[in-house]
Design a protein around this ligand. Sequence first.
Ligand SMILES: [Zn+2]
Length: 321
Amino acid sequence: MKIDYYNPECHKGSQPVRVLYQNTKHWFKYVYPEFKSTELQEVIDKFGLHDDINIIDREEKIACPAFVGSFKIISIQETFLSYLWSLTYSLIFLYDKTIHEPRTIENYVMTSDVKEKAKKSHELFDYGLSLLNTFNPWDKENLPNPELYDRVYDDYIEKANGAYLHAVNFILVHELGHVALGHIDNDIESDTAGMKISNDTLLADEMDADNFSFDRMFLSTEHLTNNHTASVGLISALCSFIFFSTNMKGGDHPDPDKRLQSALEKLKLADEDNLWGLSCLAFKLWAMKHKLEFNWPQITDTYKDLFYLTMTELEKIKNKK
Ligand SMILES: [Zn+2]
């Protein structure tokens, strides 16, 4: 039986991800147990960071994943969060049920139930991507969402929630990193002096903020969930960035495929790890969206091999465009 978890008394916002805001804010403060009382407090004291996350709940299309302005408030759009949840759910479900299980379970037969859920996952994925162009309400009667679902039948919703919360946290702590590492103050100073920060500095700042967040989110994963869920969340956040680009170039950010590659390498995964496969799936969906085809071989030894082959393909696409 479906239960509606929305409670207007405690859930602010207008989109189904609102039921997770309290978790989002809590996880941010406790990315590791001492974070709130040590590093976070220092950034508040030293750099004047506003101590609450600003969730912009206007019904509008996605502008960017998250940002910190000169008022030192970490802001994130509700619509971006809907996008991120949709992608996280779809990637996990489609990977597990349409790629991994058929490949590893002997005599696998896909049930009509799984087929139906896979169809919904694709629809949800398309809904998520549509938010990049225009805002539309989430059809929560028909599509998977974190607010209205059957805990037993919709068994991937809560799986997705765990990875999604890590994904959001990676992005929020990345933004915090920009403040803690002095990037925001540099921006403000350069602005005041009428100077422009070089693209090289901007790119280096982004990688530093990614590393800042990465290092903290893996300090003590067990106290929030576990290492695996945190890794899935991290990769899901980075996969969500690739759909912002039509040519896989990042402009004033590092190219999204390179950010993903750097995180996968930092995780020191086994060659057969499913996160290589999940990333390949994201690339494939990106290519389908842009009507591009990868020259994928029929067989590769591991998903890691396929990932690097895809990176080579992407290089060709970048050089063409
Ligand atoms: Zn950044």
